[in-house]
Design a protein around this ligand. Structure first.
Ligand SMILES: [Zn+2]
Length: 160
């Protein structure tokens, strides 16, 4: 998600407690659902009481809390593809290009309606990295357990 112009604050202990009360953690490795306000796309917003009118994205705060801060120009991407998730393990910082690549991975679908995406964003990013390092489509398919057709479609989209 793009930086929305609101600076990522250093949370005091009170704000931190308030932040954590808005997170529902059912499973440590699963998504942590934001229970507070969201924007129209489903991204969590945290209203800061200490800074008037500041509503940074909840996942950007979660990222910054666990990774020694966050440069304001960096995007924070959801590897789990769930905009309401604030699990730091599901978040990675990236550039606008990385975000664009993730969008293209998501758009590479298989023909069955019950499968949302052919490849998860996380796996897609790994496949792309390995392809850049010179892995063949056949080897990638075997390694990641996808047909050559899906790998080829994904690579074609990413090369765009
Ligand atoms: Zn998640």
């Amino acid at each position: 998600m793009h930086p929305n112009g609101n600076p990522i604050p250093v949370l005091g202990i009170r704000e931190l407690r308030r932040f954590l009360r808005k997170v529902r953690i059912d499973d440590f490795d699963g998504c942590w659902e934001w229970q507070g306000r969201r924007d129209r796309q489903g991204y969590g917003l945290f209203t800061l009481k200490t800074v008037a009118k500041s509503k940074p994205f909840a996942h950007r705060i979660a990222y910054a809390l666990t990774r020694y801060g966050l440069p304001s120009e960096m995007w924070v991407l959801h590897l789990c593809d769930n905009p309401g998730c604030v699990n730091p393990m599901h978040l990675m910082a990236g550039s606008r290009d990385d975000n664009e690549r993730h969008k293209r991975i998501r758009e590479t679908r298989v023909g069955h309606t019950y499968v949302r995406y052919a490849v998860s964003v996380e796996t897609g990013a790994r496949i792309w990295r390995d392809y850049q390092r010179g892995e063949t489509i056949g080897a990638l398919g075997e390694h990641y357990g996808y047909s050559r057709q899906i790998i080829a479609r994904l690579i074609r989209r990413l090369e765009g």
